[in-house]
Ligand binder design. Structure first.
Ligand SMILES: C[S@@+](CC[C@H](N)C(=O)[O-])C[C@H]1O[C@@H](n2cnc3c(N)ncnc32)[C@H](O)[C@@H]1O
Length: 323
């Protein structure tokens, strides 16, 4: 078993069940986002999909169908143990072995929050039946604590579309239409999750500094998004080939690099809402932040105080501080 410690992340090459048992403490993780092997010969998926696999990293480890139920029970029990009370877990699953994942979840204390359908842009080629083009995302929580759900992290409640619909409501419907990324010419894992899907789960279900775990790192897309959004990340990948390729890329990531790319939601009740920041505002904000921090106040307290002082929402303050 190898491990690598990077800024804001620790990653293990090994089996998620045994390595988590050894290295992850009970109740230590705020959010799990994970995409287990499918149990449908994911290592041979290229035979079904019509796409160029030239840049896909070899070494994907599949779980034999006959072991899938036991395997799911074992890793989901481990996920339950490490999740903090009130922590959230999102499991991405195809429909073929969904029943095993649902049965495994039922054997734990984890409770359903939403069953999300993720519709993506390409499907398995068929002639005599419909084309499968969705995944299931099982969003569960561990009871016993307050679950993070940042209601206005992406769209304020006051924001309306051109048709007059609530943007916040539309974003929180349980059908997510998000295309997979093509990434031509880039080295990738089979079926890497798109960044837009990951940022959505991370924004709603965690805060900066939280620990986000992925039991099946694959292309490390969850870890990359988490660190990019200033969360901490931990994860496991059993394939040495994939681990070695991806860990090199991870070492080049700057924590927080994705934050400036996220939209600032419009939130009601902030007197300067919508007013552009001037350079002078930003300088004053940063000086005030340093002064408050010098009084040993936590980052969260400082941001709340600055929100009042500057008449801005929390997201606006965080974004202006980053710049
Ligand atoms: C569906 S892929 C994950 C894809 C990933 N979410 C991404 O966006 O790139 C599943 C990964 O789990 C790995 N894997 C299989 N069994 C494992 C185990 N017992 N422990 C850790 N990783 C495992 C596979 O090698 C594969 O890379």
């Amino acid at each position: 078993m190898k491990s690598s410690t990077l800024p804001n992340g620790i990653f293990y090459h090994g089996d998620c069940i045994s390595v988590a048992a050894e290295h992850l403490a009970d109740n230590s993780v705020d959010l799990i986002i994970t995409d287990p092997p499918y149990g449908i010969h994911g290592d041979k998926l290229h035979l079904h999909y019509n796409r160029d696999e030239t840049f896909v990293v070899e070494g994907y480890v599949e779980i034999p169908q006959e072991e899938y139920a036991t395997f799911s029970t074992n890793w989901i029990r481990e996920a339950e143990r490490v999740l903090r009370p009130g922590g959230s877990i999102y499991i991405v699953s195809g429909y073929t072995n969904l029943i095993d994942i649902l049965n495994a979840l039922r054997q734990t204390s984890l409770t359903e929050v939403n069953h999300i359908i993720w519709k993506y842009n390409f499907g398995v080629f068929t002639r005599r039946k419909y084309v499968s083009s969705h995944y299931h995302i099982l969003f569960y929580e561990k009871p016993g604590g307050r679950r993070t759900f940042n209601l206005e992290s992406r769209f304020g409640l006051i924001e309306k579309s051109n048709e007059g619909r609530s943007c916040n409501n539309a974003d929180r419907e349980d059908l997510w239409i998000i295309n997979r990324e093509n990434k031509p010419g880039q080295v990738k894992n089979k079926n890497e999750l798109p960044l837009r899907l990951l940022t959505k789960m991370i924004q709603y279900s965690s805060n900066e500094g939280d620990l986000v775990a992925d039991f099946f790192l694959g292309g490390f897309s969850t870890a990359r998004a988490a660190i990019g959004m200033n969360r901490r990340a931990v994860g496991f990948e059993i394939s040495g080939r994939i681990y070695d390729t991806k860990i090199r890329e991870m070492a080049t990531i700057t924590p927080g690099y994705l934050l400036p790319t996220l939209r600032t939601p419009a939130i009601k009740g902030t007197r300067n809402f919508g007013r552009p920041w001037t350079e002078a505002d930003r300088i004053r904000l940063n000086r005030r932040f340093d002064a408050l921090r010098a009084q040993s106040r936590s980052k969260k307290e400082c941001i709340a105080a600055l929100g009042e002082e500057f008449g801005r929402g929390r997201w606006g303050i965080e974004k202006a501080l980053k710049k």
